[in-house]
Design a protein around this ligand. Structure first.
Ligand code: UDP
Ligand code: MN
Length: 391
């Protein structure tokens, strides 16, 4: 039932010594069953909902690089155990050039022995380390389901997780949707979920993802009926469902992005500005091990370069404001973005100002014509920017 694993004495010393390998407690993960039970933490109203028998099918795409065997297999087993068979077209494991031995023959053997009849589980192996953006793209290009559902490789999907996601996309294929992401504790692997309304996605001054409260304009409705989709300005990026054709139409991720970073905000902006909607479902719960650092090498400094592309393509005039805060990013050469500008034109997307006014009115980002005060990083003084600096 998602209870913590508590170690004492020598076991604790052993567990602590292993922690750095995965940035979570590997020993605890290895001791928990692949098919452990979890508390059903959905709001009460979700439990009595009926979904249409016929819904679009999904390919579940799980990308991984040097993941712990037990964490990866617990993700896969949870998907098989808690997804209606007729909706789960396949599970694609995309191995982003892992080097750890347990992810080679041992993983192949486990999969061919356990999953040959229950579901189509297959592994796609990337020949070179490609990062999470290209790993997801590879999974998408090889998927046969109607809808793509992406998961990290250290998740546990909970009771009834899939139907709410697919049903929202079935209503409108331009709906992009995320589950409520519950915390699996990195120290003791406890599943920490609750039936309270989830948080939604925002972004900070560096354009990094942040969690935020449901916006006031949506709160009353969400409280009254938590089974409805809740608008989310952005998504965390690892766990979401999207119609396959729509993902392609949106150009997937900017192919100029490298390894990781900015892709979740880009897809969120594209969705909202180009005619779609991004929602979080309080009826769909998936646990994810949140960690304090990335346990692998090769994550480099891609964040700012990717963000430069994001800003140039999607922020419009507001980029002058961003560059005031991050003059160093302005100097980065982020490559050619013409294709992305063309895509934005072709899809007839709305502006960043439209997005702020209509999707994210509670955002602290300044609007055109406003004057904005901040503490300068270089002078430590309070300064003002007039946000009409424009192009
Ligand atoms: N990942 C990958 N290639 C990489 C880095 C990460 O395929 O170069 C996978 C990783 O195994 C995980 C997902 O991408 O399934 C997201 O990475 P991570 O969980 O480290 O990010 P976090 O959730 O901590 O932000
Ligand atoms: Mn993760």
């Amino acid at each position: 039932m998602g209870k913590p694993v508590i170690f004492e004495g020598d076991m604790k010393t052993h567990a602590d010594a292993l922690y750095h390998k995965n940035a979570f407690n590997l020993l605890a993960s290895d001791m928990i069953a692949f098919n452990r039970s979890l508390p059903d933490v959905r709001p009460q109203q979700c439990k009595s909902l009926f979904y249409p028998e016929v819904l679009p099918t999904t390919s579940v795409i799980i990308i991984f690089h040097n993941e712990a065997f037990s964490a990866l297999l617990r993700t896969v087993h949870s998907v098989i155990n808690r997804s209606p068979r007729h909706l789960l077209k396949e599970i694609i494991l995309v191995d982003d050039a892992s080097t750890q031995e347990h992810l080679k023959v041992k993983l192949d053997d486990y999969i061919s022995r356990h999953f040959h009849s229950s579901a189509r589980v297959r592994i796609e192996r990337l020949p070179t380390r490609s990062g999470l953006i290209r790993a997801r793209i590879h999974g998408a290009l090889n998927a046969i389901g109607d809808i793509l559902t992406f998961l990290d490789s250290h998740c546990e999907v909970n009771v009834g997780w899939l139907e709410p996601l697919l049903a929202v996309i079935d209503k409108d294929r331009r709906n992009v949707v995320t589950p409520t992401i519950d915390v699996i504790d990195d120290n003791d692997l406890a599943y920490k979920g609750s039936d309270q309304l989830p948080q939604v996605g925002s972004f900070g001054w560096t354009m990094a993802f942040r969690w935020t409260a449901i916006q006031t304009m949506d709160l009353e409705e969400a409280k009254r009926n938590p089974t409805l989709p809740i608008r989310s300005p952005t998504m965390a990026g690892g766990l979401f469902s999207i119609d396959k054709g729509y993902f392609m139409e949106l150009g997937m991720y900017d192919p100029g992005f490298q390894i990781w970073g900015a892709e979740n905000i880009e897809l969120s902006f594209k969705t909202w500005m180009c005619g779609g909607s991004l929602y979080t479902m309080a009826c769909s719960h998936v646990g994810h091990i949140f960690r304090k650092f990335a346990p692998y090498t090769g994550m480099g400094s891609y964040f700012h370069r990717n963000n430069k592309r994001l800003i140039e393509v999607w922020l419009g005039d507001a980029r002058a404001f961003y560059y005031k805060l991050h003059p160093d990013v302005m100097r980065i050469d982020a490559g050619d973005i013409q294709d992305q500008i063309n895509l934005r034109k072709k899809l007839d997307c709305k502006s960043f100002d439209w997005y702020l006014d209509n999707v994210f009115p509670e955002s602290p980002w300044p609007r055109k014509g406003s004057i904005f005060g901040f503490v300068s990083k270089s002078t430590f003084r309070f300064e003002f920017i007039e946000y009409s600096l424009a192009e």
